[in-house]
Design a protein around this ligand. Sequence first.
Ligand code: SF4
Length: 398
Amino acid sequence: MSTLAPASRPGRLSVGDAEALYTLPLFELAGAAHAARDAATDPAVVTYLIDRNINYSNVCNVGCAFCGFYRTRRQDDSYTLSFEAISEKVRELEAVGGTRILMQGGVNPYIAFEWYLDLMRHLREHHPSIRIEAFSPEEIKGMAKLTGMTTLEVLRELRAAGLDGLPGGGGEMLVDDVRHARHVSPARIGTDDWLRVMAEAQSLGLYTTATMVIGFGETPAQRVQSLLRLRSAQDRALAEHGNGFSAFISWTLQTKGVRIEGRAPGAGAFEYVQNVAAARLILDNVVNHQASWPTMGYKVAQTALFAGCNDFGSTMLEENVVSQAGARNRATPERELVRQIVDAGFEPRQRDSLYRVVRVPDVAAMLAPEAAVDAAVDAAVEGGSARGAAAAAGAASS
Ligand code: SF4
């Protein structure tokens, strides 16, 4: 099945229809979204990716109030990784069968553009099988400002040096009144520019994803507005060059310990599932919708698999941005992702970043040791021996 939907469909939702979704009972909305997911993707399968996040530098001059990751250059814990340090992280990913790195940093005015090009060439040369998805539209805009080039020229050069795609970072809420609000990020890249950079990347054949964050205090109508901007952009991209957003991913604002704490309401599990389901129905031209376990936890992410999502995201070895704003769930080994998908009642498939299945995991072998431990502990406990339980667990896991 194609990973991208046709550019338009009969019966697509109007603005009024879309806003009405947010008033439906949750189970009714989730059921409709699940049916739409079943029609768009294999109903039995949930996919996942083995990847690694690499945050190459935490120096940034944008100053988003929801970000606990960025530093000024003068701060003691600011950093920019060396090529060798980045390579070491990629080697660790290769060792566990990973296929992609997702590389983002701050908008760092102290890094020369040549550094980015050299990094792409270095990774291409030393890690030819790993897909490189790097630099959100905000970073691309920063490079353009630094060099005096257009964002399209920046993207062309990065692509020629080895870049495969752009992460969807910075999508958040594609409504300037929300994203540029004083309590959010007045200096953030604007909606039009974010969409333009993504369209330019798509025109060059680069892989892109669309993201959304809820919880800034936006209204349901503004959530709909943001989703409709994405839907229109996807229509245009598919019509013009057949390459649009490969997936949609949403999560909730993480506020703990960052400046926006207490100034934005955030969003809970109900609103998350509601938004995930509405997005599946509104974005009828984006095939793949991803659940977010890092921000929502496994159980809510599993629930999202019954509200329109067909993908469980990725292992995210080393993630520093949302985790430094309070997200409690860090890297997950493949085995745990597989277990969560199986527990939810689906067949897991490892995919690449283009949502092509690259491997069918051997679920029985992957989960067997754990089952053996559980069975051994149960048997020993039933026999009344705590010491026996401990011994049995040790034996079963060795
Ligand atoms: S979210 Fe990105 S652009 Fe905003 S301050 Fe953090 S690193 Fe900078």
